[in-house]
Design a protein around this ligand. Structure first.
Ligand code: SF4
Length: 389
C-alpha cells in the first residue's frame, strides 16, 4: 500500500484489518461516515490485494430475459409488465436457444437468465429451457433465476425449494443469480418491493442451494430509501450466511436507478457513495472471495475506478441488458472483451477472463505478445478467442 494511513481517523480500523480481525457493525458505520475516501479506498485495496493479488476479472457472457411478465408489482421495478401491456414479451425455448446460438459466436461461457414471475408458464418450461440449452452446448454455464423466481417455481411445481432446486440442477442449472436481495430490512422491503420474498426466504433459498453443493452470488440494491445502518444490516446477514455455507462466490452491490418506477427518489447514487459502498463491502465481507463492480449500474468509468476501491471484477460483456436500462441506465448494452481488458489494464491490474464461479479461464499478462496463460479446461471457443486476443 503506497497511501499512508498514519494520521487518518481510520487508522485503528486499518490496523484491525491488517491484523486479520473482522470489523464490527460499528466500524462499518464509521467507515460510511468518513469523508476520507482515499483512506477508505486504501484499506479496501489492502484487503483486495491480500485476497486476489494483482488480478482483476471479467466474464464473456450474455443476458437473456425470457419474459418480463410478472404477477408482482415491486415499486422500484421498471422491468415488469402485465399481460395487458403492449411492451410485454416472452420467448419460447426455441427462441432462447437461438439467442444462445448467436451469442456463442462471441465466445460466451455463460448465459445469465432471469425473468419476472410469469403468470402462466408451467414448471416444465423452465426445465425444458435448461435442457435445451445444455443440449445446444453442454459447456455453456447456466446462471439462472433469482431467489424469488425459485420460490415461484417451487409453487408452480408444488414441491419444496430443495426438491425444486434439485430438479433444476438435474436439468442443467449451474448457478443461481444474486438478484432480488434489495435491502433486507422489512420496512424498506415493504416500501420498495411489497409482496416480494422476505430476507429470510431469500437467504434460505441460497442456503438450500449451497447445501446441495451449489454456488451463487448475492447483491444489495443501494441508494434509494434505505439508511446506512440498513446497508450494514444487509451486509451482516450476508456475512453470517457465508460463515455458515461458504457458498457465495461474489458480492455485487447494485446502484439504484430512479427512472420509470414508483419510488420517490430522483437521483441515483453519487460516485462517492458507490465507491464507499464497494470499499466497505470489501472490508466488511471478509469471508467473500470476490467483489464485483457492476458496470451496467456504475458505468464503465466508475467500475474501472472501483478496481482501486476494493473491487476485483467488472462483470461481463452482457450483450443485451433490460432491467437497468428500463430504469434509466445510460451505460451501453454491451462491453466488448477488448474494452474490458483495456479498462482493467489501465487500472494497473492483470486481466483475467473468468467463468461463472470466478475461476480463471485465461490470464492476459502478456499484452504485447498476445499470449496468455490458460486454464487447461478452456473450451475450444475460448481457445479460438485466445488466438485472436
Ligand atoms: S423486481 Fe422482479 S418480482 Fe418485482 S416486479 Fe420486477 S420482475 Fe417482478
Amino acid at each position: 500500500m503506497t497511501f499512508s494511513l498514519k494520521h487518518s481517523e481510520l487508522r485503528d480500523i486499518y490496523e484491525k484489518v491488517v491484523a486479520g480481525t473482522r470489523i464490527s457493525d460499528e466500524d462499518a458505520l464509521r467507515l460510511f461516515d468518513t469523508r476520507d475516501l482515499n483512506a477508505l479506498g486504501a484499506i479496501a485495496d489492502f484487503v483486495r490485494e491480500r485476497k486476489v493479488g494483482n488480478r482483476a476479472s471479467y466474464i464473456v457472457n450474455r443476458y437473456i430475459n425470457y419474459s418480463n411478465y410478472c404477477i408482482l408489482s415491486c415499486q422500484f421495478c421498471a422491468f415488469a409488465r402485465k399481460k395487458r401491456d403492449a411492451d410485454g414479451f416472452q420467448y419460447s425455448v426455441e427462441e432462447i436457444v437461438q439467442m444462445a446460438r448467436q451469442a456463442s459466436n462471441l465466445g460466451i461461457t455463460e448465459l445469465h437468465i432471469v425473468g419476472g414471475l410469469h403468470p402462466s408458464l408451467p414448471f416444465s418450461y423452465y426445465t425444458d429451457m435448461l435442457r435445451a440449452l445444455k443440449a445446444f452446448d453442454a459447456k455453456l454455464q447456466l446462471k439462472c433465476f433469482t431467489a424469488i423466481e425459485i420460490l415461484h417455481l417451487a409453487w408452480l411445481a408444488k414441491k419444496s425449494v430443495r426438491q425444486t432446486l434439485t430438479e433444476l440442477r438435474e436439468a442443467g442449472l449451474d448457478s443461481l443469480t444474486g438478484g432480488g436481495a434489495e435491502i433486507f430490512r422489512k420496512e424498506v422491503r415493504s416500501a420498495i418491493a411489497k409482496g416480494k420474498e422476505s430476507a429470510a426466504e431469500y437467504l434460505d433459498v441460497h442456503r438450500t442451494w449451497h447445501q446441495l453443493g451449489g454456488r451463487s452470488t448475492c447483491t444489495m440494491l443501494y441508494g434509494h430509501v434505505e439508511s446506512l445502518a440498513d446497508r450494514v444490516d444487509h451486509l451482516r446477514q450476508l456475512r453470517a450466511l457465508q460463515d455458515e455455507t461458504h457458498g457465495f462466490t461474489g458480492f455485487i452491490p447494485l446502484a439504484y436507478h430512479p427512472e420509470n418506477n414508483n419510488i420517490p427518489v430522483q437521483a441515483q447514487p453519487t460516485g462517492f457513495d458507490s465507491l464507499r459502498t464497494i470499499a466497505i463491502s470489501r472490508i466488511y465481507l471478509d469471508n467473500f472471495p470476490h467483489i464485483t463492480a457492476y458496470w451496467v449500474g456504475l458505468g464503465m468509468r466508475l467500475a474501472q475506478v472501483a478496481l482501486s476501491y476494493g473491487a476485483d471484477d467488472i462483470h461481463g460483456t452482457i450483450v443485451e441488458e433490460k432491467i437497468f436500462h428500463m430504469a434509466g441506465a445510460k451505460s451501453p448494452q454491451l462491453q466488448t472483451e477488448a474494452d474490458m481488458i483495456k479498462a482493467i489494464r489501465e487500472a494497473g491490474r492483470v486481466p483475467v477472463q473468468r467463468n461463472t464461479f470466478y475461476e480463471p479461464i485465461k490470464v492476459l499478462d502478456q499484452a504485447e505478445t498476445g499470449k496468455a496463460e490458460t486454464n487447461s479446461q478452456s473450451s475450444p471457443v475460448l481457445e479460438k478467442n485466445l488466438a485472436t486476443a
